[in-house]
Write a protein that binds this ligand. Structure first.
Ligand SMILES: Cc1ncc(COP(=O)(O)O)c(C=O)c1O
Length: 396
């Protein structure tokens, strides 16, 4: 009799097919939009990219949106436009994907980690304050799982020390904070349109800002730092010259066409994610030893992840939990191995485990359960059954 027994301990897997932790949602309308773009004059950066940028800027309520090839290149570009460079320190969170730190490293600046507020799981303003030196040039906070960082607290530190802030909002597009869209806060914010994010363009990213000078710099740097608009060359229409080491981070009209169609569904995506979260919360809040994601009192987040913490009272540790879910064909994931555990940051910048106790404590329990708009009732039920079956097995 194996009924009620977790698959890891001899039962039948709850699912035959694997349920991923995230996935895109693409309709025929979106496929048609991409085909239409493919048949137009531009399949590189053309008018559809401009339209996508305008729509994103309008949604966020900022003056400028600059599309790039990914969230990673958007962070690189934002750091470059901010002027981060050799000798500069940039303070960021260790509980993030590596690209957040690359806003500094790609620009030869040093990423300086500061510990997190374990409730929000985002950069703690007090910890930031302790790490500010005369070399500090900026902050790159990250809105973990879509839950906004302490925006007020972090802006206060930035104001005190005249620091540029780049919000890594790759998880958070579509959410708001005190009624203001995420991304509208100074100086720049970065979104990712990777398939598991709020909306997708396949690969893709965006920098948004209200600052005209930064926007001009971002646009130039995205495209080779080329000046196409030179005075005294009116009769030389071919004349374009590079004024610095820029990049080719141009996106295509094909991606922008997909992005525009996805934007039309942003509210529906949010609603579906919120429904799934509500169902998870009501089923999982009662389980001792599971910490469900924090609720925000000051924001209406667009949650990218449903990241729980498995604590001792659950009966097994996080490693066992992850492997037990995988045995049930539930594709859970851990976001993230803290950056100070990675060889890059240990070897290049001297970090070591033990440096950020709050981050490490949170990390030890973190598991992201599946969360995406295409999940149906059975998918949600399967996840809840898998978690409850595991809990009850360890209770015995
Ligand atoms: C917090 C964070 N920042 C940046 C990125 C990079 O985004 P992209 O995959 O679009 O390069 C990711 C990607 O997952 C991320 O999670």
């Amino acid at each position: 009799m194996t009924e009620g027994l977790p698959a890891r301990y001899g039962g039948e897997p709850i699912r035959d097919d694997v349920l991923g932790y995230g996935a895109q949602s693409i309709t025929d309308h979106e496929k048609e939009a991409v085909l239409e773009a493919l048949e137009s004059d531009y399949i590189t950066r053309g008018p559809t990219v401009e339209e996508f940028e305008e729509r994103v800027a309008e949604h966020v309520g900022v003056e400028h949106a600059i599309a790039t090839t990914s969230g990673t290149t958007a962070l690189h570009l934002a750091g470059h436009a901010a002027g981060f460079g050799s000798g500069d320190e940039v303070i960021t969170t260790p509980l993030t994907f590596v690209s957040t730190a690359h806003a500094a490293t790609y620009n030869d600046a040093e990423p300086v980690f500061a510990d997190i507020d374990p409730h929000r799981r985002t950069l703690d303003p007090e910890a930031v304050r302790e790490h500010v030196t005369k070399e500090t040039a900026g902050l790159v906070p990250m809105h973990y799982a879509g839950h906004p960082a302490d925006i007020d607290g972090l802006l206060k530190v930035a104001n005190e020390h005249d620091l540029t802030v780049i919000w890594d909002a790759c998880h958070a597009f579509g959410g708001s904070w005190r009624g203001e869209p995420i991304g509208a806060q100074r100086d720049m914010a970065v979104f990712s349109f990777h398939p598991v994010k709020s909306i997708t363009t396949g690969e893709g990213g965006m920098v948004v800002t209200d600052d005209d000078e930064l926007a001009d710099r971002l646009r130039r740097l995205r495209s080779f730092d080329m000046n196409y608009d030179l005075e005294d060359h009116d009769d030389e229409p071919w004349y374009q010259v590079t004024e610095g080491v820029g990049h080719n981070y141009n996106v295509t009209d094909l991606q922008a066409a997909l992005g525009l169609a996805q934007l039309d569904r942003l509210e529906a995506f949010k609603q579906r994610r919120d429904e799934i979260i509500e169902q998870y919360d009501s089923a999982l809040n009662e389980i001792k030893g599971l910490r469900t994601p924090p609720k925000s009192t000051e924001s209406d987040p667009m949650y990218h992840l449903y990241a729980i913490e498995v604590t001792e009272a659950f009966g097994c540790d996080r490693t066992e939990f992850v492997n037990a879910m995988h045995a049930e064909n539930i594709g859970v994931q851990v976001h993230y191995v803290p950056l100070h555990y990675h060889p890059l940051f240990q070897e290049e910048f001297g970090y070591a485990p033990g440096a950020f106790p709050k981050t490490e404590r949170v990390y030890d329990g973190l598991v992201s359960l599946p969360l995406h708009a295409e999940m149906d009732r059975k998918d949600i039920k399967d996840v809840v059954t898998a978690v409850k079956t595991l809990y009850e097995y360890h209770l015995k």
